[in-house]
Write a protein that binds this ligand. Structure first.
Ligand code: SF4
Length: 294
């Protein structure tokens, strides 16, 4: 298998075969994101991608899960993505699931029939960087989608039986937009009812516009205590019927996970006991140029 540049995948895809269909991210404008700043976006030639699949099938013929890289592989177009899914299906007899990072724009431009076709080819899980449900926060981080776009794409994915793993970035609005972040995220996540939900912490990374905004005084990061309080307030407002919740990423100050709604009271009481002991330091500012593994 051949990879171009640094490769990112969700922690839960650690045992999946990774296949790179696109290089970089076609959007590449989110102010906090350093993942693909060093890559020029392009779609790889399908023949090369198929060769990678063939090599992987020789190395790990019994693989059950495939994760398609990079940041928004569906931007390659539905024909290319479906062709890849078909090729993967023909080479991995035990294939159970194909997944990738997704965004609202790519899902919304597909027809319901196209999504169902991808689902029939075992594309069954998308990792969505919601980041926030707050309209002002989404605008300020240049996400390229509104809260309503996010809900609409989740509805569309659900109708095609494609599950979403939704990522929220604690602290994404900084101090000024923390209220918008909290209230908007509660509303949007409740409307989405995702199968998986992760709270990560927005790390302020060198080379990103967010770092520049902070240095110029336009963005004030949250303290550790305020980040935990934001997590507590968001979690407290969530009314989810069946969601696996995780807050155990390397960016998080503490590790929590559980199933909602059953574990909600335990998770909240854990946060309530930790918040008074958290300090008022700001530890989300990085000195290294590493991006987040979402
Ligand atoms: S957060 Fe996602 S959509 Fe935004 S620039 Fe990074 S990879 Fe692209």
């Amino acid at each position: 298998m051949r990879f171009e540049g640094r490769i990112y995948r969700p922690p839960s895809e650690a045992r999946s075969v990774l296949i790179q269909l696109t290089v970089g991210c076609s959007h590449n404008r989110c102010t906090f994101c350093a993942m693909y700043r060093d890559k020029s976006y392009r779609v790889r030639p399908l023949d090369d991608v198929f060769e990678d699949v063939d090599m992987a099938a020789v190395a790990v013929p019994n693989a059950r899960r495939i994760f398609v890289c990079d940041g928004d592989a569906l931007s390659a177009g539905v024909e290319a993505f479906a062709a890849l899914c078909r090729h993967v299906g023909s080479r991995f007899p035990k294939l159970e699931r194909i997944s990738s990072y997704v965004n609202a724009r790519d899902i919304l431009k597909l027809s319901e029939d196209e999504l169902r076709t991808l689902r029939a080819l075992k594309f069954s899980l998308g990792y969505l960087g919601l980041e926030s449900g707050g309209a002002h926060v989404l605008r300020s981080v240049h996400k390229g989608a509104t809260p309503d776009n996010m809900v609409e794409m989740a509805d569309k994915a659900r109708r095609a039986d494609i599950a979403l793993s939704v990522i929220v970035l604690l602290g994404a609005g900084g101090r000024a937009l923390s209220e918008d972040h909290m209230r908007g995220t509660i509303e949007v996540v409740n409307r989405m009812q995702p199968k998986f939900l992760s709270f990560l912490t927005a790390m302020i990374v060198p080379t990103t516009p967010l770092m520049t905004h902070m240095q110029e005084g336009q963005f004030e990061p949250l303290t550790d205590r305020a980040i935990l309080q934001e997590a507590r307030d968001m979690l407290g407002g969530l009314e989810l019927t069946d969601t696996l919740f995780r807050m155990n990423h390397v960016s998080n100050l503490i590790a929590l996970d559980g199933r909602l709604p059953g574990d909600k009271a335990i998770l909240l009481s854990r946060l309530d006991s930790l918040i008074p002991r958290a300090n008022e330091m700001i530890s989300c500012v990085c000195t290294g140029a590493e991006g987040l593994m979402l």
